[in-house]
Design a protein around this ligand. Structure first.
Ligand code: BGC
Length: 550
């Protein structure tokens, strides 16, 4: 039997080391602090960690402005601490994925400094220059409203030329078409793979492969870069995984994934549709999202409800965007870039435990690898007084002690203050309190993770959306060999009774994997069930007549 890749039945946990746990009392989270919390993560049951950038950085974009690819920012520890961490994670069977930020560097990176000072430097061609910026660049900044005029070319007086940047002006784009730049990227990957990481989250993959030079044609095969990343990664470490940030049109996404390139794609399409289904309390946006992706196969997705950036709903229809904004970001201060929401999940759902569970249950039952943003497992909130995308990046809330147990430093010295006071403050929402409460969200998420990890039908099976006779109920079946998981989620607060065309044979057995639905009946291969508002159920069906795939 073919071995399934580990990530198909995995749960990934995204965290920012400097917001997680401070072991030294200097107000910044660090690697020794993260090591102290590995048992927490192990008990939660996550299979892999995705570490946000931790490299030396001027830190003007949460570390996504890297000035040295071969080190650890001194605020977070040393390279030795990093290796200790990888080792300690490995001992617990937890994989480590790190952010590979090579679409651009910091303007403080020595390559850029050399490039601007010396036109004959070999580093000049590491970046993208123009004497005059194109009159119509055809592109705008990824951060409209934050970058003046949304420009993507900035004049550098030292270089006496314009350089290209899709992000902030302090993040010059690397010329990824230059073979020498590619060689640098392979070397960076090799370095971290040798230190034991299991793979990379490839930052801005969509932008890495676009034509950057003003006069460049789109290459015939822009994806060759991604294939070469994969082949270099696996030549250094068998099974190394690439998880790409590819926020692209659905029809383009097919090109990213494949046996010899990207393993997992962050599923922005489904994220927006899932959020739309929650906001509208209707099943059809979710069915539409899955339909858009159905051509691409089901096993390449990393699904999420929230990540540490804005929640991008820009690819939904304008009418649906309005509905989502009205429900989840009614105040303009909750929105960003005209396309996004700068909030965490729990406050968007008004802290309603039933809805939060519903949202996680959907996330975990949809084919693909679920990803959790640190703190969402306890229902952390956001701090909207912080600028840009920072509101969702406040420190992890461990306890009701000073700074939420994140750091012993005076509050004014902490990297960002922990959220204090109110419904989502650390006094109310913290790990310690939820640990000792058997009914807490944390303990429920822990059970959900365990259930998902053992449900290989979801991780590796074929998905089919099931017809139902209720517009608020989303039902689907994940089938693998001779068993299936059938799920029904009632998105609305009104009770709903539905009939699912489940095509069960009389010989099949069925039991509830998740949920406490008391009204379920089988008739002629159909399932009839009644769900309370926001209720959901996962049913495990063992079916003699399913076609095996092995
Ligand atoms: C990351 C952002 C970051 C940007 C620039 C994005 O792909 O997700 O958080 O600001 O890259 O590096």
């Amino acid at each position: 039997m073919e071995q399934e890749p580990w990530y198909e039945n995995a749960v990934i946990y995204a965290l920012d080391v400097d917001r997680f746990n401070d072991s030294t009392g200097n107000g910044v989270g660090d690697f020794p602090g993260l090591i102290e919390r590995l048992d927490y993560l192990n008990r939660l049951g996550v299979s892999a960690l995705w570490l946000l950038p931790f490299y030396p950085t001027p830190n003007r974009d949460n570390g996504y402005d890297v000035m040295d690819y071969y080190g650890v920012d001194e605020r977070l520890g040393t390279l030795g601490d990093f290796v200790e961490f990888v080792d300690a994670a490995g001992e617990r069977g937890i994989k480590v994925l790190i952010d590979l930020v090579v679409n651009h560097t910091s303007d403080q990176h020595p390559w850029f400094q050399d490039a601007r000072e010396d036109p004959d430097s070999k580093y000049r061609d590491y970046y993208v220059w123009a004497d005059e910026p194109p009159t119509d660049p055809g592109k705008e900044s990824v951060f409209p409203g934050e970058v003046e005029d949304s420009r993507v070319w900035t004049y550098d007086s030292e270089a006496e030329a314009y350089y290209y940047h899709r992000f902030y002006p302090f993040q010059p784009d690397l010329n990824t078409a230059n073979p020498e730049v590619r060689a640098e990227i392979y070397k960076i990957m090799k370095f971290w793979l040798q230190l034991g990481v299991d793979g990379f989250r490839v930052d801005a993959a969509t932008l890495m492969i676009e034509a950057k030079q003003p006069d460049a044609e789109k290459s015939d095969d822009p994806y060759d870069l991604l294939r070469s990343l994969k082949s270099h990664a696996i030549s250094k470490r068998r099974g190394a995984v690439l998880l790409a940030e590819a926020d692209d049109e659905p029809e383009e996404l097919q090109e990213y994934a494949g046996d010899d390139q990207i393993d997992l794609l962050m599923n922005f399409v489904l994220n927006a549709h899932l959020i739309a289904a929650l906001a509208t309390e209707r099943a059809d946006p979710l069915a539409t999202g899955l339909d858009q992706l159905s051509a691409l196969g089901t096993n390449h997705w990393a699904n999420f409800l929230r990540n540490y950036d804005e929640l991008n709903i820009g690819r939904l229809s304008p009418a649906l965007q309005d509905e989502v904004f009205d429900s989840f970001a009614p105040d303009p201060g909750m929105r960003i870039y005209g396309r996004g929401i700068r909030r965490r999940l729990a406050p968007m759902l008004e802290g309603d435990r039933d809805r939060i569970e519903l949202a996680f249950s959907l996330l975990f039952s949809i084919p693909g690898t679920p990803m959790i943003l640190y703190g969402d497992e306890i229902g952390m909130g956001e701090e909207l007084s912080l600028p840009g995308r920072i509101p969702v990046r406040t420190p992890m809330q461990w306890s009701n002690r000073h700074n939420g147990g994140f750091s012993t430093a005076p509050e004014e010295e902490v990297v960002i203050p922990a959220i204090s006071g109110g419904q989502f403050g650390y006094e109310q929402v913290n790990v310690a309190a939820q640990r000792s409460d058997g009914d807490s969200l944390l303990n429920w998420i822990q059970r959900l993770i365990a259930t998902r990890r053992e449900s290989h039908e979801i991780g590796c099976g074929e998905v089919a959306v099931l017809e139902t006779d209720g517009e608020s109920v989303f039902a689907h079946r994940c089938e693998r060999r001779d068993s299936a998981v059938i799920c029904a989620h009632n998105l609305s607060d009104e009770p709903a009774s539905v009939t699912l065309e489940a095509d069960l044979s009389p010989a099949s057995s069925m039991h509830q994997l998740l949920g406490n639905c008391t009204d379920i009946q089988r008739t002629d291969g159909r399932i009839e069930l009644s769900l309370e508002g926001y209720e959901f159920v996962w049913l495990h069906v063992h079916e003699e007549t399913f076609d095996g795939d092995d």
